[in-house]
Design a protein around this ligand. Structure first.
Ligand code: SF4
Ligand code: SF4
Length: 687
């Protein structure tokens, strides 16, 4: 009868000593639990937020982003390396659990095909992939000076590699010591066993015991150290992915400015952040992917999204325990932000603790210039494998600075004043908003109350000389296609995008609530916008104030009209046009194809930037940066113009008035004649 494939479990190990192994394991677990309790306490100082409901959607995200590592794999080299470690580690842990189940719980699992195919072949190959990935990772960390590598990171990798290699040595010694007839199914262990063929049985037995116990000791030490090292992301990353925001992309937290009990707005101190924001800080793996794609960082400005998250983490380390203790003792912050006991007495902090508490979040913990460098382009969030939410944190800190401290760049003052007084950032007379329509026969909603669409040109489309040409081109196309539309005319006000993203929630609220009331009075249902920032605000911000409208970007409507045959190209073109993806249309609204469809419909050949679609490089005007000076580094628009010239295109197509301005300025700075036009202008020219 043919022998069933198997092996002796715990060969050469005294079973009566396995209690040492389990005791070590429990001690190591104790360290993990202690860490978890400490971390949970720190995070619990944050403000409440619901990030656990809708488990089905959260589970789906976990499977895709944590289990299958889809976001990690977006960076092919590092992603594959990480996958090797991850899959190798999971398989080896499963094999260890199966071995323990047979050895100590009496399950009979390790025999036959399962033994040969999984426990021998698959586990061996997984171990090999794990070791190769570890070596690659150590070399990369030692060679690539751009990586944020700390000594502890290397120590952990070396320990993991030693665990992997010593596992093979243990296997090789067992194979040669037992003259294993199934050795061919463990190809790596079999190769390692060749090293010991000349050992005497005693030498094999002794070496095996030494390496086996060393392997265990290192493994348990690593489990104990796990939570204190970068490896903690194995736990925190899935937790962060599970607790991600399920709201539409770019949604900012709602603030009820009419609430009489509202005493503060935004984030002024660390504990004003939500616990999820603090979990983000803990979960960051310092991979630097956010920094690599950040246009502010890449143009030499003070902002690095990675450093911002790390600054919050450092602040949590020093401030967190002090605040937790005070909160735990029932202390609360008074209107001045000082902690007082339940009796209203100042909480008795030590002098040193008070010095720590007196640190400001913006200024001491986080660079105040960096706060204003962000364009809220969302590239960092799209790149982050841990789904950390950088932009809302920046806007929340700005909100506090503006609303509570009146601390903002001086040039923002004029913008806020202009928005308040005239409903547009330039401060041009509100009663001249509809001047661009003169001679165009564009009806207002008062004149055409049955219009299917409200056309919303936005402040740029109404006041900016360059963008007015886009509005005029679009009106011509809408008329040609027979679209029934009307405008609000002088009743329209700035949507409030810049105000909100610069942190001025009051001015945003004033503008938004007036616009919503006006549109609701006219019974508006559908809105055409040509500005992705207006689109984001009207479709994602206004519902928080009760304004629910169907918002369509002009690229989407034009692509649809072309598809329906209502707009056609009358002239064959031979131009190569580079399509620049607006951050707010692409990354926030997930629209990449419509602008390309319009450019193609105009008879042009679409050429792509090296950084396009989700990786598009911001023009530099979002997040209110349109109205602020560039105080340091290069201008992002100039950088993007250079990237456009690298494509050897004849022309650049934009679908956002801010991008149009910034790229045209960038072309001028590059002393290039290359035209920058909106997609509506490009299509209108061939009608
Ligand atoms: S939103 Fe854009 S500019 Fe702001 S930190 Fe992220 S990548 Fe940088
Ligand atoms: S925030 Fe995200 S992308 Fe940036 S370093 Fe941390 S984990 Fe990496």
């Amino acid at each position: 009868m043919e022998e069933t494939a198997s092996r002796e479990i715990m060969w050469n190990i005294d079973h009566s000593l396995t209690w040492i192994m389990y005791l070590s394991f429990l001690v190591a677990l104790g360290f993990c639990v202690y860490f978890l309790v400490k971390r949970w306490r720190l995070m619990s100082i944050g403000a409440p937020v619901d990030r656990t409901s809708n488990w089905k959607q959260r589970l789906k995200g976990m499977v895709l982003d944590a289990l299958l590592q889809l976001r990690v794999l977006k960076k092919p080299g590092a992603g594959v390396m990480h996958l090797g470690m991850y899959v190798g580690m999971i398989i080896m842990v499963i094999a260890t659990v199966v071995t323990a189940a047979q050895s100590d719980l009496g399950f009979q699992l390790i025999y036959g095909d399962f033994y040969l195919y999984f426990m021998s072949l698959v586990v061996d190959l997984a171990g090999l992939a794990f070791c190769i990935a570890m070596v690659a990772c150590i070399v990369r960390r030692c060679v690539n000076k751009k990586l944020d590598t700390k000594p502890g990171d290397i120590i952990v990798l070396v320990l993991l590699l030693v665990i992997g290699l010593s596992g093979f040595v243990v296997e090789g010694l067992r194979i040669v010591g037992t003259d294993d007839p199934w050795r061919a199914w463990s190809p790596i262990g079999n190769m390692v066993s060749m090293l010991f063929v000349n050992f005497t049985p005693e030498q094999i037995s002794m070496t095996h015991q030494i390496v086996w116990w060393s392997h265990m000791a290192i493994a348990f030490s690593l489990i104990a150290y796990w939570m204190y090292s970068k490896l903690v992301h194995v736990l925190l990353m899935p937790a962060d992915v599970w607790c991600r925001s399920l709201e539409p992309k770019g949604t900012l937290p709602y603030i009820n400015v009419e609430d009489e009990n509202l005493t503060t707005m935004g984030v002024g101190q660390l504990e004003d952040f939500t616990w999820k924001d603090l979990l983000d800080a803990e979960a960051c793996v310092r991979c630097g992917r956010c920094e690599d794609v950040c246009p502010a960082f890449n143009t030499g400005k003070a902002l690095s999204p990675k450093n911002m998250v790390q600054s919050l983490r450092s602040e949590l380390e020093v401030r967190g325990p002090i605040v937790w203790k005070a909160q735990h003792d029932g202390a609360k912050r008074d209107d001045m932000g000082a902690y007082v006991t339940a009796e209203g007495e100042p909480y008795p902090f030590s002098e040193q603790q008070q010095v720590t508490l007196d640190r400001t979040l913006v200024g001491d913990a986080f660079d105040s210039q960096a706060l204003w460098d962000c364009t809220t382009c969302g590239a960092c969030m799209a790149a982050c494998p841990t789904l950390i939410e950088h932009t809302p944190k920046i806007v929340k800190m700005r909100t506090y600075q503006v609303s509570m401290e009146s601390a903002f760049p001086p040039e923002a003052q004029a913008t806020f004043r202009n928005l308040e007084n005239n409903g547009n950032p330039w401060g041009l007379g509100w009663q001249t908003r509809a001047k661009w329509t003169e001679g165009l026969d564009v009806p207002t909603l008062a004149e055409n109350p049955d219009a299917e669409y409200l056309y919303w040109p936005g402040c740029s489309g109404a006041f900016d000389a360059r963008s007015r040409k886009v509005s005029i081109a679009l009106v011509g196309l809408l008329k040609k296609a027979g679209v029934n539309f009307a405008i609000l005319g002088n009743e329209e006000k700035c949507c409030g995008d810049s105000a909100r993203r610069m942190g001025n929630e009051f001015v945003y609220y004033m503008l938004a609530s007036e616009n919503i009331a006006t549109m609701q009075a006219y019974g508006v249902k559908k809105i055409i916008v040509q500005c992705p920032h207006c689109m984001q605000t009207l479709s994602r911000d206004y519902p928080q104030l009760g304004g629910n409208f169907e918002v369509i970007h002009h690229s989407q409507l034009l692509a649809q009209l072309v598809h329906e045959g209502k707009l056609q190209c009358s002239a064959a073109g031979d131009k190569k046009i580079a399509v620049h993806d607006s951050c707010y249309l692409g990354r926030y609204q997930d629209e990449y194809e419509a602008p390309r469809a319009v450019v193609s419909a105009a008879g042009a050949t679409v050429v792509e930037f090296e950084r396009s679609h989700e990786k598009s490089f911001c023009c530099g005007a979002g997040g209110g940066r349109m109205w602020l000076e560039d105080k340091s580094g290069k201008r992002m628009g100039d950088e993007r113009a250079k990237q456009a010239l690298d494509t050897a295109c004849d022309e650049v197509a934009t679908s956002c008035p801010f991008c149009l301005t910034m790229l045209a300025d960038g072309m001028a700075a590059c002393e290039s004649e290359t035209k920058v036009r909106d997609i509506a202008e490009i299509l209108a020219q061939v009608q």
